[in-house]
Design a protein around this ligand. Structure first.
Ligand code: ATP
Ligand code: MG
Length: 412
């Protein structure tokens, strides 16, 4: 659906929803239930931003929802939380019964839920006013907590009493920072005071949930402001950062926010030094993110490879993407001039595009060919391939089959 179609298209605030979503709402309504789109998608529609997905909330209990969609493909994965996923027009649509929540365990699913027939209950369990609105083409807007007012004012405010809401689920502290950063909003004064006061609650929240919010926070348009205003919260989730000291933390935050909004890049800049990698490790990132950030950090020390031979040596162990990030990180931290950064980046891109030989796999001979020449499989083969690569990287021999085979024969 085109972006403009999502925007308010009538004076009385109607939105055009994708056909499968409208169809699902109608299926529920025509069986006598209430149904609305709710949460993030309503927030985004009000901002004139295309939602990435649409959640439906309904007065129908899960078995009643299923009855409405007999003949459709149904996925029952979230049944005990009241969520039925229905495939409509090829699209999976999550339909959740109005509910009030027990404690959240994994950030999406509370431990226990109580179903309700009242939309007010469902909206009042939601975290922030801007996330607590519902809309239906039939029933219009439901906004009991000033969500549209807060969107207008560009603030994140808790639904209800902040201390109580953060007490129910400490992750909401991190979510407040995440939404403020990604939307470029402020955090409402009362909510902000409560965030500071309750930050220790994040100690009870699983690393994975914190990491997921952190990743959105660090690349948000308001990252700098939020990381500065909530330095204490950042020290709670990444205690190692505190060892930087306030001045260096501030410098790291400014540098990180000046860089391209890329999680790996900005995280490396924020950590500034390899010795702070445990701050990330404690959030249990996947191996890819951790090793990428570790690699970028390792190139912040000492001199950066300048000439082509040194660059190829670096690229032998470092993926192109991380090499570029390392250059950007050095530039952001003032360790490399703009011009130098641009020319090294250009060289790295040129090498990548040109298929420059920097790994054994890119040699013009394969292990199989060497084995056919009589090199035994195993350690010896590896040693010869690495030696060939070294010769090619240093431009002592060209990456050509004949030359490589001749050199290998000499080694045998
Ligand atoms: P995004 O665009 O990032 O997906 P979203 O608002 O859809 O934003 P989700 O994390 O997908 O965010 O959550 C969907 C909705 O569920 C939220 O808008 C909010 O109403 C509610 N919600 C999610 N997590 C919580 C929570 N921990 N406490 C209260 N309400 C929550
Ligand atoms: Mg969402």
């Amino acid at each position: 659906m085109a972006k403009e179609e999502c925007q308010l298209n009538a004076e009385n605030a109607g939105f055009t929803l994708p056909a499968p979503v409208t169809e699902a709402l109608e299926m529920l309504e025509s069986s006598g239930h209430e149904a609305y789109v709710v949460g993030g998608c309503v927030r985004d529609l009000c901002r004139g931003v295309l939602p990435h997905d649409y959640d439906i909330t309904t007065s129908a209990f899960p078995d009643e929802t299923e009855a409405c969609f007999s003949g459709f493909r149904i996925i029952e994965t979230g049944m005990k939380h009241g969520t039925v996923t229905v495939i409509v027009g090829g699209e999976p649509i999550e339909i959740t019964t109005y509910r009030t929540d027990g404690k959240y365990l994994d950030g999406r699913h509370p431990e226990s839920v109580t179903f309700s027939r009242r939309i007010e209950d469902d909206l009042s369990r939601r975290d922030f006013t801007v996330n607590a609105m519902a809309y239906s083409p039939r029933r219009g807007f439901r906004d009991f907590f000033g969500g549209r007012r807060d969107l207008e004012a560009r603030v994140i405010a808790c639904v209800g009493e902040p201390d109580r809401r953060f007490g129910e689920d400490g992750l909401r502290i991190m979510r407040a920072l995440r939404f403020a950063s990604s939307l470029g909003f402020d955090i409402d004064e009362k909510t902000a005071a409560s965030v500071h006061r309750n930050r220790a609650l994040l100690g009870n929240i699983s690393a994975e949930r914190i990491l997921a919010e952190y990743k959105r926070l660090i690349v948000g348009e308001g990252a700098e402001r939020i990381l500065i205003s909530f330095e204490d919260v950042m020290y709670t989730v990444m205690p190692e950062l505190q060892s930087l000291g306030h001045e260096i933390y501030m410098r790291a935050v400014r540098a990180a926010s000046s860089a391209r909004p890329d999680v790996n890049l900005r995280t490396a800049i924020l950590l500034c030094d390899e010795k702070n990698l445990p701050a990330l490790r404690r959030l249990k990132p996947d191996g890819k993110l951790l090793s990428s950030v570790g690699r970028i950090l390792s190139y912040l020390k000492g001199d950066f490879p300048r000439d082509r031979v040194a660059l190829r040596r670096m690229l032998r162990r470092c993926p192109y993407e991380d090499a570029r990030r390392a250059v950007e990180a050095r530039h952001a931290l003032g360790l490399m001039s703009e011009d130098d950064a641009a020319s090294v980046t250009e060289e790295i891109c040129r090498m990548e595009a040109g298929g420059e030989c920097v790994t054994v796999r890119q040699l013009a001979v394969s292990g199989g060919e060497l084995m056919a020449m009589g090199v035994p499989e195993g350690e010896r083969l590896g040693v010869i391939l690495e030696a060939l690569l070294e010769e090619v990287i240093t431009e002592r021999i060209p990456n050509e089959r004949e030359a490589l085979l001749k050199f290998a024969a000499g080694m045998m």
